[in-house]
Design a protein around this ligand. Sequence first.
Ligand SMILES: C[S@@+](CC[C@H](N)C(=O)[O-])C[C@H]1O[C@@H](n2cnc3c(N)ncnc32)[C@H](O)[C@@H]1O
Length: 320
Amino acid sequence: MDENYLKINVTASSADFLEQIKKATLQNQLCLGGEELDLNEQQLDSILGERSYSGGSLPESVIEEIEGGQNQLSASFYFKLNPSSKAFKEIQEQILKIDKSAKLDYLPVEESNWLENWKKYYTPQEVNKKIEVIPSWMEPSEGKQISIRIEPGQAFGTGTHETTLGCIETIAFLHGQGISPRNLLDFGCGSGVLAISAEKIFGGSKRITLLDIDEVVQGNCQVNLNLNHCDLDHYVFTSSKEFLLKNQFGYDLILANVLYPVLIENLTFFKSKLVPGGYIVVSGLLQEQEQDLKDYYQHEQLAFIHRVQRGDWVSLTFKS
Ligand SMILES: C[S@@+](CC[C@H](N)C(=O)[O-])C[C@H]1O[C@@H](n2cnc3c(N)ncnc32)[C@H](O)[C@@H]1O
């Protein structure tokens, strides 16, 4: 068994805390992925195996039991780590800092096991009837006109999160309104999923800037651009806002799926890089943060034009 691969199971004391833990942990550079199903394998085995549900339809009561087990309080994360390392201690501390009552345990897993386990949780994610995000090893679903292929790597943005799907839904909305941006900035690009979605949905040739403070994501972006047959010549990657501020180049669409404080902190930057009449889509907002952000952006002369909600997460569009 390769002790470098660990599965860390976390049970939080509230759904809010779990969301914060998921966000912080998935953004950790050493995190390879997560599972959101809250029943652990033994519990599932006991429901499906020991009670001999091996095929055919499951009784309604069993489905309810499985769904009931998804109590939104537990999640597991895969790491390439040694349990005696300082990094492992820091991850535990970070989780307990968010929720001091969280319960943690971990077990070493074999690489082949976690890869297979991990893959099970990446299913096609439907944006709408025509658009989906699929993991790299899957074929496009029947009937979809646009399938965005993403290699789940270290970068955030596998398309499984509501904030990402909300942004892609918004891109489709803007396209439906006849908006056709030529210069795009994907701020906090992660896997590059939003830039790729924009290129596929809007079509035509674009100039796209990918920006992320985490330089590690660049390699993952490149893999995903290739997977989706994007023209690399149209893309520039940077981890420096200052680099973009040095030139006069403006964007007619900015996509920013980052957390609320980052959206507030960067408003001046966004305004300085948006051309007049340009659009900015902000995501990564919890419903309770929506009004504050709207007030803040509107106060800076950005006109609110559209809203998408998925789960507790909201994506808002403003026009300059
Ligand atoms: C929630 S993920 C979004 C990834 C992808 N765009 C998506 O929609 O799925 C946020 C990304 O923003 C990056 N990020 C966080 N703060 C940032 C900042 N201040 N400037 C640039 N990137 C930032 C993180 O490294 C991470 O890759």
